[in-house]
Design a protein around this ligand. Sequence first.
Ligand code: ZN
Length: 132
Amino acid sequence: MRVIRSKTKQAERLKDQADLVCADILKYAKLIGLDDEWRFAVTFKHLSDCLATTEAEVEYRKATMEFDLAAISKQGNDLIAPTVRHELFHIPCWRLHEITEALNPEAEALMVKYGEELVTFLEHMPVWKELK
Ligand SMILES: [Zn+2]
């Protein structure tokens, strides 16, 4: 399991937060049961409408993750761990996300909405407070 980090200005400017994100990716990926083959390609950059995004290539055990550290750090470092968990939970849900492309627009919108709700529920499970 490893994190491949791209060199961006945001990653240089907010190095401490970038280090925390990378450490939390490895910590929580293990805790949620992703196997050692997984590689996480991580980019820190401005995102216009969200704090982070994740896409997965499950068959190749590769995830592409983007984090807007400037937006995250405005709200404090306490937001890093839940954001990382949220993004990691998109990985085991990715197969469901793939089938949304085969659905009609209304069903696709519902699938995206319920997928986000599920991932957000998992992100906030009480077990994470006990592990702190
Ligand atoms: Zn999400």
